[in-house]
Design a protein. Sequence first.
Length: 154
Amino acid sequence: MSLAPLLNAGPATKLHAFAALAALGLGALQLAAPKGTLPHRTIGWVWVALMVAVAASSFWIHDLRVWGPWSPIHLLSIFTLAMLPLAIVHARRHRVDRHRNAMIAIFTGALVVAGLFTLLPAASCTRWCSGTESAKSKRRRSAFGSRQSLTVSL
């Protein structure tokens, strides 16, 4: 198991993976920590920014293609980008139950469930970590923003 393939991936993939891991950790912390405090709100805004980065960067990742360049994972990104502002509105209007439900739905769907899909045998993350990435994927990655192509173009 090696992180080298991820570190050599394109910028969108790196941003997506590292923001998702950070959001997963902060989200778990948020669920366990006291609510309504200044740290909860501060960490919450950081978490929202990370989730926007995760969802937005997914639109530049096309390893799984179901409908043209898109996949069901992209539907989760749309769900996330639609639900985040709604969850914030609920918090600002002191609708705590709705805010909590929206944030738990985003955390569960967009991070936990989507994260579990990356562990499937055909998923990019599993192929990278096991060292079984296909030659076609390696060529595509090197053509679209790997560290090697970035250093050559600079």
